[in-house]
Design a protein around this ligand. Structure first.
Ligand code: CIR
Length: 263
């Protein structure tokens, strides 16, 4: 029995965030060339991001700053939440594993059950997209077969089915596919081998437009780098908030990875 789409309640939404590291210029890069990051601008963009979440009813919780951990702003990669169970992941690059204890400490303050993935599993939260009762997991350079197997076991106990999705030329599944509040997936088809696995899907007009962040049942945040996709989603009837995340895009991150939405 599919659980069907339940609109996000406006009360009680919690998102973990972590202030950008001063060392973000040293962020991991996989598919991109290094470009100079303006840290003042990055901090300003991050403040706007947090303000927007709060404007749409999210309570934000700050994970303790980690100034020497270049990628620590991308909290989403360390936790996958399914039905009140927060699964602490095991990051796909060694350089990012030290980010987890801070995220875990923040999770322990919340009303969630904590589960974890064990070695040799690797999985980044950016690879996990939940739509209705299906967990799509990117089989990326960060998420290995054991990570998918362990996630499938936990998700199965909670009543979800898990679908592994090979992706190419993109860091994470959610770099190239995210879901609108009604469960329709917005995707960048070129990053997928063969047919897209999602039952309801539209193609984003720009690549960065495939990484959207639902704010409430009527509103989505879209990166300022994807103006055509913003228009496309407005035509579908959504209110669109655009956010400039240029400095995070230089670190190969996008809108979703800047927070972990845990409730
Ligand atoms: C990394 O390579 O891990 C970071 N530079 C970017 C992580 C982006 N995370 C995400 O999209 N969930």
């Amino acid at each position: 029995q599919a659980r069907g789409f339940v609109p996000m309640p406006d009360e009680g939404k919690i998102a973990l965030v972590r202030i950008p590291a001063d060392s973000m210029a040293d962020a991991e890069l996989t598919h991109q060339e290094r470009a100079e990051i303006d840290m003042d601008l990055a901090n300003e963009q991050w403040e706007h991001y947090v303000e927007l979440l709060e404007r749409y009813g999210w309570s934000t919780r700050e994970v303790a700053a980690a100034p020497t951990m270049a990628d620590s702003v991308f909290v989403e990669d360390h936790v996958v939440v399914l039905d009140g169970v927060a699964i602490a992941t095991r990051a796909g690059v060694d350089s990012r594993r030290a980010e987890l204890p801070g995220v875990r400490a923040a999770l322990e303050l919340e009303d969630v059950v904590i589960a974890e993935l064990d070695a040799p599993a690797t999985l980044d939260g950016g690879d996990v997209l939940v739509v209705d009762d299906t967990v799509y997991v990117g089989a990326s350079s960060r998420t290995n077969a054991d990570g998918i197997r362990q996630l499938r076991a936990i998700a199965g106990e909670l009543g979800y089915r898990t679908v592994a999705v090979p992706i190419e030329g993109a860091l994470h599944l959610k770099t190239v596919a995210t879901a609108l509040p009604d469960g329709t997936v917005v995707a960048w088809p070129e990053a997928f081998e063969g047919a897209l696995p999602f039952p309801r899907v539209i193609a984003a007009e720009e690549r960065t437009g495939a990484s959207i962040l639902p704010l409430d049942a009527e509103t989505v945040a879209v990166a300022a780098s994807a103006p055509k996709t913003a228009k496309q989603l407005e035509r579908l009837g959504y209110r669109v908030e655009t956010l400039d995340v240029s400095e995070f895009e230089k670190a190969e991150g996008g809108l979703t990875c800047l927070s972990a939405r845990i409730v």
